[in-house]
Design a protein around this ligand. Structure first.
Ligand SMILES: [Zn+2]
Length: 493
């Protein structure tokens, strides 16, 4: 009899500083065979799980998977519905021999700060302690003790931008196969660090993360651990678990896991200020453009859609329009402008007010020339950050400003993960001096191929670079950079 292993998940990165609550309509939910259809070929952890399990004597039991674009807290009612759906699906499919849990690790609801820990725990309660539960997580997880105690092993992506999601699923699936065969008995140790890493410093192919991940790999190769997870954390969540952490998984040797975690901690916390970032202002970024090889990619940190921001900030648009010197491309989420623009034909000149009904303090009125409107669905050839291939911007409008720069308006929030967002409309990056992308690390996977220069711009917003500007009520203390290195020293060493 093949082992029956379930795949299930609730996946969200929650920015608790965003005012709007996430509702059921914001989630994409899939059940049963739909999950295979959506993810088997995708660059997604679920795709990796299929790739491994399909070659093994395993019966895959697809239960339920829900995910949503990063945003505000999930409403209590929405989480209740999602959780019920997931647990009902599990109950209907008992007995099971194992479960692969697909979480993000930074989901927060209106009433529960640690959603991932909560649903992992509910699954454990339902299935008992003898069934292996292996969870995949995003390295932006704010890991809780509950996530660790409810599972046999956590397996995180090792890259940011996240280009190893499918591999992560494969690693989790292999571990499940070996656990079910009795070849391995995973145990894990969580070490929370008194360090909040700025999003600006979280790219894994640049220092300091490059060296940190290389160190973890060396230690892993030397000691043959099952997995060394580095969690960079998600600073935009006012929860007790916010911050970076390490989870080391070994084959039934908890002391060994603990030793390794402390070894990496001492290395990582030797120079905590290396994780703080540079905080380049918009004016500095414009000044840097004069000497940079173009196009220059301006990463609008404060309006990072992948971190939960709305994607409608006009700060850089206003500044670049006033400055006039550079031709730029910017994409802005504003369904009302898209609707208004649909009234005009190609070549018409008209006036728009961005954020007219949404964000009064960030209103911007300008005269534009219509280029085109249309359907914003597109498909990537290759998987990009987030594992997606299909994208939907809703209806779109493309207009030209008085300075011949281009604004693409979308009616659905669309993170800048794919260049097709521009090129499908024959907008070519090399025609611009500056490309504004509303992200920080994720856009690098594709945009850095066409933008020789990259500047992370410290703009205001709910994903601003400097987390010390937020008013936290629940975070751990002391934690660098909120408290001084000296104050954290005892905890750091
Ligand atoms: Zn992430």
């Amino acid at each position: 009899m093949p082992a029956r292993v379930a795949i299930l998940g609730i996946y969200h990165e929650t920015n608790t500083f965003v005012e709007d609550m996430l509702l059921l309509k914001d989630f994409h939910c899939a059940k049963g065979e739909e999950i295979r259809k959506m993810f088997a070929d995708a660059h997604h952890e679920i795709g990796g799980v299929y790739e491994v399990f399909d070659k093994e004597d395993i019966e895959i039991v697809e239960i339920f998977f829900a995910d949503a674009t990063p945003g505000g807290k999930i409403s209590a009612e929405t989480y209740h519905i999602l959780l019920n759906e997931l647990l009902l699906g599990l109950k209907r499919n008992l007995p099971l021999n194992g479960c692969i849990l697909i979480g993000h690790g930074a989901a927060v609801s209106e009433s529960i700060d640690d959603i991932d820990g909560h649903w992992f725990h509910c699954v454990r309660e339902l299935l008992g302690n003898d069934i292996p539960l292996i969870a995949t997580l995003d390295p932006h997880a704010n890991v809780s003790a509950q996530m660790v105690s409810a599972t046999n092993a956590l397996i995180a992506y090792k890259t940011n931008p996240h280009i190893d999601q499918r591999d992560t699923g494969k690693r989790a699936a292999h571990l499940m196969v070996n656990t079910l065969k009795g070849l391995i008995s995973p145990v894990q140790f969580l070490l929370e660090l008194p360090l909040s890493i700025s999003i600006e410093q979280q790219c894994t192919y640049l220092e300091p993360c490059k060296g940190l991940y290389a160190l973890a790999q060396r230690i892993n190769d030397q000691y043959g651990t099952v997995c060394i997870n580095i969690f960079l954390g998600f600073p935009y969540a006012d929860v007790a678990e916010m911050g970076s952490s390490l989870v080391v998984v070994t084959d039934s040797n908890l002391d060994h896991a603990k030793d390794i975690a402390y070894q990496i901690k001492s290395e990582m916390c030797r120079h905590p200020d290396a994780y703080s970032g540079y905080k380049i202002t918009a004016m500095e970024a414009i000044a840097m453009t004069a000497h940079a090889i173009r196009p220059v990619l301006f990463l609008d940190m404060g309006d990072n859609i992948g971190g939960g921001s709305p994607g409608n900030s006009t700060i850089l648009l206003r500044l670049l329009s006033t400055y006039k010197k550079y031709r730029f491309f910017i994409c802005i989420y504003d369904p009302e402008v898209v609707k208004e623009a649909a009234k005009y034909s190609r070549g018409s000149v008209f006036t728009i007010t961005i954020n007219e009904f949404k964000n009064k303090e960030d209103n911007y009125t300008c005269e534009v020339k219509m280029i085109r409107t249309g359907d914003g669905k597109f498909k990537e050839d290759k998987p990009v950050h987030g594992g997606k291939i299909q994208f939907d911007m809703g209806h779109i409008a493309i207009v030209e400003t008085a300075g011949t720069s281009i604004i693409l308006f979308t009616s659905l929030r669309t993170p800048p993960f794919s260049l097709k967002q521009l090129t499908q409309f024959d907008i070519q990056p090399h025609d611009f001096d500056i490309i504004v992308a509303k992200g920080v690390n994720a856009p690098l996977a594709t945009y850095s191929k066409v933008c020789p220069s990259v500047v992370q711009v410290d703009t205001p917003g709910v994903t601003q670079a400097d987390a010390t500007r937020f008013a936290y009520k629940k975070r751990k203390k002391p934690m660098f950079p909120f408290e001084s290195i000296e104050e954290c020293y005892a905890a750091v060493i």
